[in-house]
Design a protein around this ligand. Sequence first.
Ligand SMILES: [Zn+2]
Length: 65
Amino acid sequence: MPKKDKCIIKKLEVEVVRVKITLACTECKQRNYNTTKEKKNHPERLETSKYCRFCRKHTVHKETK
Ligand SMILES: [Zn+2]
C-alpha cells in the first residue's frame, strides 16, 4: 500500500472514533466546555466534575448535543 493512502485511512478512522461534544453545567445550564470523546470508550453520556465560571465552583457537567 502506498504511504499516501495509508495516511488518508488513518485520518478517517480518527474522525469516526472522536466525536465533538459540549459539556454543560447541570446547575446553571451554561455550556462551558467543548471537547471530544471516544465513542467506543464512552457510548453513554459523559458526566464530569469541572469548574463553572458562572457558578464559581466545581459542578457536574453533562454532555449535551
Ligand atoms: Zn454553572
